[in-house]
Design a protein around this ligand. Structure first.
Ligand code: C5P
Length: 279
C-alpha cells in the first residue's frame, strides 16, 4: 500500500500534518468555558499541503477532496493566520495560499489548527520574517488551542486548554505505522465538549494506559464511532482522536496496518482512511 505523503512539502510549501491525540484526559471546566486537559499530541506524516505563490494581497484558494467542506472567507484559519502574522510583523507583503485539503474537516485530526500552524511556518519563510519563537507561539494560541502544538508537528504533551506545552519523547513513536479512519460524519468540537459529564477520571500517566475522555460524548453524537474502533482489530492501540469522529490505530507492523486498511476499504467503502506513519 502506498503511503499518501512524505514529510515536507518543498521550499514554497508545508505539510499540515494530521494531529492525533494519543490520549486526552479532561480534568475540569475552566471559568471561560474551555476545558482543562492533559493530552499527548502526535502527528501523522500525512496531512494537508499548503503552497505559497506571489501576490500583492492575501488570497486563499482551496483544492483537494475536502475543499468543498471549507469556506475560503475571512473566518478561514489559514487566512486568519496570515492576517495576524502580517499585522504582527508589520510587513506589507501579500501571498496567494493554495490549500490542498486532504484531511477531512471537523474530524478530530486538527484540520484547521494544523493548516493555521502550517501557514505560520510557511509565511515566516516566504516573507523572510524574524519572529521570536515565543511571539509565534502566542499568535498560534490566539488562533486556537491546538495550534501551538501543531506548529512543531512532533510529539508534545499539552495541558491547560491544550496550549501549555512541554517536551515529550518521540522514541517509540516516530515511524510507527498508523491508520486514520473517519466514518464520514462531521462533529463540532464545542458540541462534544459540551456533552462531557463533568467527571474527572484522573491524570494522564503512561499514555498507553490512558483514555480519550471525549469518546463517550462523541459516541452519543455519532454511535458509528464504536464500529470504527472495532474495525481497527490488528492495532496495538486503537483510540478516538480529539473530539472525533476520527479514530486511529497504531501498529507493530505495516502489514497489520495495511490489512486493517484493506478490510475497512472493502467493508466500508464510504469511510475515509489514510495509511501513514507517526512523524
Ligand atoms: O480553541 P479552538 O477554537 O480550537 O476550540 C474549539 C472549541 O472546543 C472551543 O470553542 C471550546 O468549545 C472547545 N474546547 C474546550 N476546551 C479546550 C479546547 C477546546 O472546551 N481545552
Amino acid at each position: 500500500m502506498v503511503e499518501l505523503s512524505r514529510p515536507g512539502g518543498g521550499s514554497n510549501a508545508e505539510i499540515a500534518r494530521a494531529k492525533i491525540n494519543l490520549a486526552l484526559h479532561v480534568r475540569g471546566r475552566m471559568a471561560d468555558g474551555y476545558h482543562r486537559l492533559e493530552t499527548i499530541f502526535a502527528f501523522a506524516e500525512f496531512g494537508d499541503r499548503l503552497e505559497a505563490q506571489s501576490s500583492t494581497d492575501i488570497e486563499l484558494e482551496l483544492r483537494g477532496p475536502f475543499a468543498g467542506d471549507l469556506d475560503a472567507g475571512p473566518d478561514n484559519l489559514v487566512r486568519k493566520a496570515a492576517e495576524l502574522l502580517r499585522t504582527h510583523s508589520g510587513t506589507l507583503a501579500g501571498v496567494k495560499l493554495i490549500l490542498d485539503k486532504r484531511v477531512p474537516v471537523a474530524a478530530g485530526l486538527g484540520g484547521g489548527s494544523a493548516d493555521a500552524a502550517a501557514a505560520l511556518r510557511l509565511l515566516v519563510r516566504w516573507w523572510k520574517l524574524e519572529v521570536e519563537a515565543g511571539a509565534l507561539a502566542r499568535i498560534a494560541a490566539d488562533l486556537g488551542a491546538d495550534v501551538p502544538a501543531c506548529l512543531d508537528g512532533r510529539p508534545t504533551r499539552g495541558e491547560g486548554r491544550g496550549d501549555a506545552l512541554s517536551p515529550f519523547p518521540s522514541e517509540g513513536l516516530t515511524g510507527k505505522p498508523v491508520l486514520l479512519v473517519n466514518p464520514g460524519v462531521a462533529l463540532t468540537t464545542s458540541e462534544v465538549f459540551a456533552r462531557w459529564d463533568g467527571i474527572d477520571r484522573g491524570p494522564l500517566g503512561d499514555w498507553r494506559a490512558g483514555r480519550n475522555d471525549l469518546t463517550l460524548p462523541a459516541i452519543q453524537c455519532v454511535p458509528m464511532i464504536e464500529t470504527v474502533l472495532d474495525s481497527l482489530g490488528r492495532a496495538e492501540i486503537a483510540r478516538m482522536s480529539g473530539s472525533g469522529a476520527s479514530c486511529f490505530g497504531l501498529y507493530a507492523t505495516i502489514a497489520d496496518r495495511d490489512a486493517d486498511a484493506m478490510d475497512i476499504g472493502n467493508a466500508r467503502p464510504g469511510w475515509w482512511t489514510a495509511v501513514s506513519r507517526l512523524a
